[in-house]
Write a protein that binds this ligand. Structure first.
Ligand code: KMH
Ligand code: ZN
Length: 279
């Protein structure tokens, strides 16, 4: 059955430096302003990484709590904190993100080479994240960087049960140097593998860098949802830097409308994913 489109904005990430990408939202004010504008355009979920006073990635718990509160005050967006952080963040800090009590948090389903770095996600750590999220009523988005991560998710759910809310939602993160490519073929392979997961499992997809457009088109045609934002894409078209997250969300909304799968509202997405109503 065709549904509307869940559009996630991932506005900041942990990888780009503000000096290199001046349009990146790094302060709380910049983040909230971006969130409000993206919601008005059609985004329903925000995937959040925060920065410190020097615009460096941080998992400072006080700042994370303030960020969740500010986003809830100013928007109806589903607030999803990154538990991935930066590749240098220790596991304990990544687990502590959950203490900021977001609606959702990311949960990456395996280790992956990440450019010249390694994004480490040990099995025991994944189990810990999944279990703590359920204990706290936080709905996970399982991040899938490679096909085998879906096999790991089947194993996780078999051994440790369904997440908070009872619904399974995954995000295919495609085109990371070291992970699966951002191609229609790879997306279809992941889509096929979802048959091993509980009925009704939903997916979104994001293509890093220049794979953003083919991944969006493939996901829409395969019944999937979309994630866009400057965490993943800083070039809008050849030779044209992204001007703002709103530019990327507007393009995703236009594609979704062309596909006759218009954006879902935050309230509709809460119902779809089993996230409690806006507090
Ligand atoms: N920054 C990457 C190492 C997530 O947010 O959960 C991890 C990442 C995934 O962005
Ligand atoms: Zn992230």
């Amino acid at each position: 059955m065709t549904t509307g489109t869940l559009i996630t904005v991932a506005p900041t990430g942990a990888e780009s430096a503000k000096a290199d990408v001046p349009a990146l939202p790094v302060t709380l004010d910049e983040l909230v302003a971006t969130a409000k504008e993206c919601e008005a355009l059609g985004a329903s979920v925000i995937h959040v990484h925060i920065r410190d006073d020097d615009a460096r990635p941080t998992l400072d718990l006080g700042r994370l709590r303030d960020t969740v509160a500010a986003l809830r005050d100013s928007t109806d967006l589903v607030v999803q904190l990154s538990s991935g952080g930066a590749v240098t963040d220790p596991e304990a800090h990544r687990l502590a993100v959950l203490e900021a009590a977001p609606d959702m948090a990311s949960c990456t389903m395996g280790t992956v080479n990440f450019g010249d770095d390694v994004f480490l996600n040990r099995w025991e750590f994944i189990v810990d994240l999944h279990t703590r999220m359920r204990d706290r009523g936080i709905v996970p988005e399982y991040e899938i960087f490679d096909l085998g991560h879906l096999t790991a998710l089947v194993r996780l759910l078999d051994k440790h049960g369904l997440p908070a809310g009872g619904h399974v939602h995954v995000d295919f993160v495609m085109g990371v140097p070291g992970g699966m490519p951002g191609t229609t073929e790879a997306l279809v392979a992941c889509r096929q593998a979802l048959r091993e997961l509980p009925a009704g499992t939903t997916f979104s997809a994001t293509g890093i860098g220049r794979t953003t457009i083919p991944v969006m088109l493939a996901s829409l045609s395969a019944g999937g949802h979309l994630r866009v934002g400057m965490e993943d894409t800083v070039t809008y078209a050849k030779g044209r830097p992204v001007e703002s997250n709103m530019q990327l969300v507007a393009r995703a909304v236009a594609f979704a409308q062309l596909a006759q799968r218009p954006p879902l509202t935050p309230a509709e997405v809460r119902e779809l994913l089993g996230v409690p109503p806006h507090r």
